[in-house]
Design a protein around this ligand. Structure first.
Ligand SMILES: [Zn+2]
Length: 110
């Protein structure tokens, strides 16, 4: 018979907004830091309609999470609110996305 996994609470880092790290179940606790970015959506006109049915703006949620029970588990996510597209990746992957965004913008706007 194996022992159930025990969780030790990881104290809140200084950046934690303390929104989700007080959950009753330890495995549901996450430290998080979030930013909401208002964005303007690209207009798309379905062929032959001349009408764009989508809203012109949305809120992009950029969040970094750290497990409140596993000190080595940190990740980031980007989602587009009601459009429900979410990308959840490691912090290292977020750094690569950040660098790539800066690179393509600097090249395209040069
Ligand atoms: Zn916290």
């Amino acid at each position: 018979m194996t022992e159930p996994e025990r969780y030790e609470a990881v104290p809140c880092p200084p950046w934690c907004e303390q929104l989700q790290c007080q959950e009753p179940r330890a495995e549901d606790r996450f430290h998080q830091l979030a930013r909401t970015v208002p964005v303007t959506l690209r207009r798309r006109y379905p062929t032959g309609t001349g009408v764009d049915a989508r809203p012109g703006s949305a809120e992009l949620n950029v969040v970094v999470f750290a497990s409140a029970t596993r000190p080595d588990e940190t990740w980031g996510s980007i989602d587009v609110g009601e459009w429900s597209s979410t990308i959840a990746v490691t912090v290292e992957s977020m750094r690569r996305v950040h660098a790539a965004l800066g690179e393509v913008l600097s090249v395209a706007e040069a």
